[in-house]
Design a protein around this ligand. Sequence first.
Ligand code: ARG
Length: 606
Amino acid sequence: IRSLVSSTQTSSITTMEEENVGTVKQQLAELFKISLKDTLPEDITAEPLIEASGGKFGSDYQCNNAMSLWSRLKGKSSKFKGPPAVGQAIKASLPESEMIESTSVAGPGFVNIVLSKKWIAESIQNMLKKGIKIWAPRLNVKRAVVDFSSPNIAKEMHVGHLRSTIIGDTLARMLEFSNVEVLRRNHVGDWGTQFGMLIEYLFEEFPNWEEIGEQAIGDLQVFYKKSKQRFDEDPDFKEKAQQAVVSLQGSKDENDRYRKAWTKICEISRKEFQQVYERLKVDLEERGESFYNPHIAGVLKGLEGLIEESQGAQVISIKGKNIPLIVVKSDGGYNYASTDLTALWYRLNIEKAEWIIYVTDVGQQMHFEMVFSAAKLAGWLPADEKLCPYPKTNHVGFGLVLGDDGKRFRTRSSEVVRLVDLLDEAKLRSKLALEERGRAAEWTEEELDETAEAVGYGAVKYADLKNNRLTNYTFSFDQMLSDKGNTAVYLLYAHARICSIIRKSGRDLEELKMTGTIVLDHVDERGLGLHLLQFAEVVEDACTNLLPNVLCEYLYNLSENFTKFYSNCQVVGSEEETSRLLLCEATAVVMRKCFHLLGIEPVYKL
Ligand code: ARG
């Protein structure tokens, strides 16, 4: 077994599956699997525990199996005198590999691994030749649903929905990069009781409702607010609105007056949402609450054994929760939970998704816990994740967006901030900054506009994604549009600068990639090279823990590593020019992939 790793790298296999080399961790794990098998008695098996060590003990990675194995081996085998001896044995039976320069055992049996710089260099060259996809992490999931954005018809699409849209899109992109088929689902709130009052109000306001165009209705939110006011103040209206919901939900006839009004209202909202998605370049398939409606009765029938009656409602009791999950209200109507249970059933049984991810604010955590617990009780999801990890569900919660007063982010007149206004302002501000730098004179109007959008929208997205999603963060244009510190602007500049180094060298990049060799003799070259190689591992980590901020942190560190390399290693005009230009290009490629996964458009000059 000369090398499991190099054999897949050097052969000329063409299919993507086989070209994919996996992460460094995965490649090391393959080697350690062999040595663990050799080391351990037949009745003891263990998966390799490999971690990047960040330079501790002068190593790049560590294998941390010895300690936990020792407690299992004690008394069973006299071969080992303690954890260090287990570590020594693991090290001794490690197959030879081009990956590894040296290993040593430290402390309580950690096996320290120093990667070969030649191998690091070759891996990067290989990536430059074949594309970054060969580094994609391998996940154990084939198909996933990401349920995100999900605004409500006729209500405002607020900053909370912006967070869901941005976080959900990134998670979907990272999973897609990892070869998972992702069903991007917009679970639009298009079936709530709000329609009763809204339709009733519009009928009153516009007796010739059928004839008027969309323009006349204009801003639906205004009508929504007015109808809500009527609903709260006028008992007669309330009565009529409730009747309207019944008529709407009971109607099967497409030409029914209520049904047609509903369709029209959804149409208007949809167009507004679509504008935001287009600007943010977010791809989503609408599968609103109404989509699942025809399946609810059937799904609940299948849950009969779990459902009991409580105060006139149909409920499922969940162990450890004070209140049960209501699946049919006392008036006989369905609710948010009935739809979500049905949607989950549909995603598991019809769409055959193995991983279902819901992105909403943390306020909905309880709702999802209850729905997931009910699904476990129903036997749709495995009861013990340790024994059977799939299919699985996750609620990806996030915190609030705050204004500079530390309270929920509002406009000056304490209205909910409209998404489109935020995006407009971000673009405007970046355009002004570009003009201040004299770009208006050098660039076409189109270039100026495109760059302002990339920078402005990128800044809004990055400011959101760089924080751990569970924490609240303060929305500040000044901060997110600063070209210093951990911001999209700083990172986009860093990328553009690398592109300009390559451009100014006057060398033919394609030719360099095919014929040039990377050498990592300087510590900062090696440091940058290793960091580049760890990209896929970080994506894997961000996917499995559903934490996009991990990727932001990586990207920021990458640009710091590059700066260190660039200040200590002369590129253009040096003896190592070819190798160093290739390192510049590899950095730019990885940065672009990070931008892409974060939904940010890279720019090539700034
Ligand atoms: N429309 C809901 C809201 O705005 C979010 C829906 C989230 N997805 C779900 N399957 N419940 O709060």
